[in-house]
Design a binder for this molecule. Structure first.
Ligand code: ARG
Ligand code: ASP
Length: 708
């Protein structure tokens, strides 16, 4: 048993680098370091074509969309492309029964029809700067973590203020490599953003949660917006505003893709944890994920059953199920991927090599032992919090208890009004919804209790049955489920309401349960130990990562994703998900027709799309084989936040829009495996086909710069 491990170890130690082929999300400003490798991989551009502060560059076309997705300019009149699932919130918000844009799609046939979206923001990076020295000024190794934090915050405050003084820019500073380096971002924030187009859901969300995180995929996951400005500067909505003219917009290529082609993704990846220790990988993959998955199984079983009952129920639960199922499915793939990679063992081997290297270096010698100790104190509190969020807060009932409990602490009229309005809506279909919610409430809590993570349940309940009966009683007895009583409480004058709330805190079983649970899980001692462990871990990780960078001085370490602009590069490539199965790298409209099933909601095909398919009316968007390509996969390292990111070819032209990853590779936030990790993109030709041929919005095609 010992030999293979030793061999693996030897191979690892011989490797000059820690980062694998195609792994990494690189900092645009430092792309010069990747330029040679990118060119060797096939790129025809230079690093300064991608990021330049003295000339317009590709970075001027890439924006942070809605605070958590990516978007890109595709015309000189501010036309912006992103995913359907990124524009989803706006599409839903503007949909009514008469104008159901979510179901039927929306196309502004002229500028007047574009829909303002107050609250929606688009952020363009003006420039970035390494500010490590300024941020770390007056800090030293003797400081406590909180003293250090305070000094750093003060430095950042002064720095950012000065940086944007007298301008309309906004500055943010972000830590890299666990605080070994800091960059400042000078941004321009646009607030007049209008909805221009979206395909119907059965195109933009084709495959729904069934196909989510999976290949082969056929989702037309895009939507269109337009950014407006006042004299070229960001401004809130006004009729007088005019389309923003970006410094650069993307050229769109119809040349398409072939297996092996170089591609890069330019966007805003949210979070990765590439450098954490085996304890953190074990905690995420083997402890937290299984708990979350099991508890979400319970919720999904009830909602999915309800959604089969009627179209109204399907609509009611669709978006909450999408949210619950998205994480649920990703975590399953992540845990399997970590297992397949022997991720925990791999980390332990890496740590063993670090320990040997650090044996004679006092500053690094003990860091891994200390990290182990810190994780040992963190784990239990962390797991208890996972149970609190995924079990106690699984039901609407307990979320409403939370809202009412907040009111007992801060009896504001506005909060009472809000709870009243929410409740009225809640009771509108109470008879249908409450059995579902009640089952979720009892089953998730019983599960937590059975696993020893519901210490707030009275010791006298010794079996699942008596506990269930008790929970059912709470559900029916609480004021939260008695519309008249609740209405009366919430319409009382402020003072009277306060005294009534105080009594309820002592009598209402739901409030008592919530209060007990909260006071135990978030007790001052536990909060203290939780934040102390986390502060300790971030301090130690700073040291450990610095050590690894010294251990592998020739390695180009990419910093973990932190919702800043990054470049990932790789190749269009299929893969083997399982024995005897090979996934080819692109899908076509034929696959939509293969999946078509009028009885399965996720697989209904829009009649007009079918018609175009039957006539093979693909225009200039077909490939050389006469097929209409829909999606493709590549080895670019991406994560949540990269949705909507432009996928570019060797010449920096747009060939796709990133929207997902393949299930077998979702462990890439923790460990990247070039054999399994693939990002999924919408082929730009399918997107343009939909805008042009399907929707007839040719005026939009005309403003784009298309190269054939
Ligand atoms: N999996 C993709 C991402 O993580 C898409 C999620 C939205 N789609 C869905 N069917 N829930 O964001
Ligand atoms: N679907 C993700 C997003 O919305 C992308 C990913 O996790 O790969 O950003």
């Amino acid at each position: 048993m010992k030999r293979p491990i030793l061999l693996l170890l030897a191979a690892f130690m011989a490797a000059p680098t820690l980062v694998r082929a195609d792994e990494g999300m690189w900092i645009p400003m430092l792309l010069g370091r990747n330029q040679a490798a990118m060119q060797r991989a096939g790129m025809h551009l230079s690093a300064s074509d991608i990021y330049d502060v003295n000339h317009a560059s590709l970075k001027d076309a890439v924006v942070l969309f809605a605070g958590g997705c990516t978007g890109e300019f595709i015309s000189d009149e501010g036309l912006l492309l992103t995913n359907h699932h990124c524009g989803y919130g706006q599409i839903v918000k503007h949909s009514t029964v008469e104008h159901d844009y979510l179901t039927n799609g929306f196309w502004a046939m002229n500028r007047d029809q574009e829909i303002p979206c107050p609250g929606l923001t688009v952020v363009r990076l003006v420039r970035m700067e390494d500010v490590t020295t300024q941020v770390l000024a007056n800090t030293d190794d003797q400081m406590t973590e909180s003293e250090r934090e305070a000094t750093i915050s003060a430095n950042i405050e002064a720095l950012t203020q000065k940086a944007v003084e007298g301008s309309h820019y906004k500055a943010v500073v972000k830590p890299f490599y666990y605080g070994n380096q800091y960059f400042m971002y000078i941004n321009e924030v646009f607030t007049d953003v209008r909805l221009v187009g979206a395909p119907p859901s059965n195109i933009g969300k084709f495959g729904g949660d069934t196909d989510n995180w999976m290949w082969p995929r056929h989702t037309g996951d895009f939507s269109l917006f337009r950014v407006y400005a006042a004299d070229g500067l960001p401004a809130d909505f006004s009729k007088e505003n005019t389309p923003y003219r970006p410094l650069q917009h993307l050229q769109i290529s119809l040349k398409g893709i072939n297996e092996g082609d170089f591609t890069f993704v330019f966007g805003y990846p949210g979070t990765t944890r590439r450098y954490v220790t085996h304890d953190a990988v074990n905690l995420a993959a083997n402890i937290e994920n299984p708990i979350r998955i099991a508890l979400r199984d319970i919720r999904l079983a009830h909602y999915n059953a309800a959604m089969k009952q009627s179209p109204a129920q399907r609509l009611k639960y669709a978006s909450r199920v999408a949210g619950i199922a998205n994480g649920w499915k990703k975590w399953q793939g992540e845990t399997l991927g970590i297992e397949r990679l022997h991720g925990v063992e791999q980390k332990m081997q890496q740590e063993a090599s670090f320990r040997r290297w650090a044996a004679d270096k006092p500053q690094y010698r003990n860091v891994l032992d200390s990290l182990e100790a810190a994780y040992a104190t963190l784990t239990d509190v962390e797991v208890e919090r996972v149970y609190f969020n995924e079990a106690l807060l699984a039901s609407d009932f307990m979320n409403r208890a939370l809202a009412l409990w907040r009111l007992t602490r801060q009896n504001s009229d506005a909060a009472a009004q809000k709870l009243l309005a929410d409740s009225r809506q809640y009771f509108a279909d109470f008879s249908i919804h409450s059995p579902i919610d009640q089952a979720i409430f009892t089953e998730t809590l019983v599960y937590a209790w059975q696993h020893g993570y519901a210490p707030y349940i009275d010791k006298k309940y010794t079996n699942a049955q008596t506990l269930t009966t008790y929970l059912n009683t709470i559900y029916t007895k609480s004021i939260l489920n008695q519309p008249q009583k609740l209405e009366k409480l919430l319409t009382l004058p402020t003072e009277k309401r306060a005294s009534r709330l105080a009594t309820l805190l002592k009598n209402d079983p739901a409030l008592i349960l919530f209060h007990t649970a909260y006071s135990q899980v978030y007790s001052p001692e536990k909060n203290q130990s939780f934040s102390a462990a986390n502060a300790r871990i971030s301090h130690l990780m700073r040291t450990y990562v610095r050590g690894m960078m010294e251990q592998f001085p020739d390695s180009n370490f990419f910093p973990d994703a932190n919702l800043t602009l990054r470049v990932a590069y790789g190749h269009v490539q299929g893969f083997r998900p399982r024995d005897a199965v090979y996934y080819t790298p692109y899908s076509t409209i034929d696959g939509i027709m293969e999946k078509e099933n009028p009885d399965i909601y996720d697989y209904r095909v829009e009649p007009r799309l079918k018609e175009l398919y039957l006539h093979k009316d693909y225009g200039q968007y077909a490939n050389s084989k006469g097929e209409l390509p829909t999606c493709f996969i590549a080895t670019n390292h991406t994560t949540g936040g990269n949705s909507g990111s432009p996928v570019l070819n060797a010449d920096g032209q747009l060939i796709g829009i990133n929207f997902d990853r393949c299930w077998e590779g979702t462990m890439s936030d923790l460990l990247f495996d070039p054999n399994y990790c693939r990002n999924i993109s919408l082929d730009i030709r399918y997107c343009l086909f939909l805008i042009d041929k399907y929707a007839g919005a040719t005026h939009l095609i005309q403003e784009m710069t298309i190269v054939k």
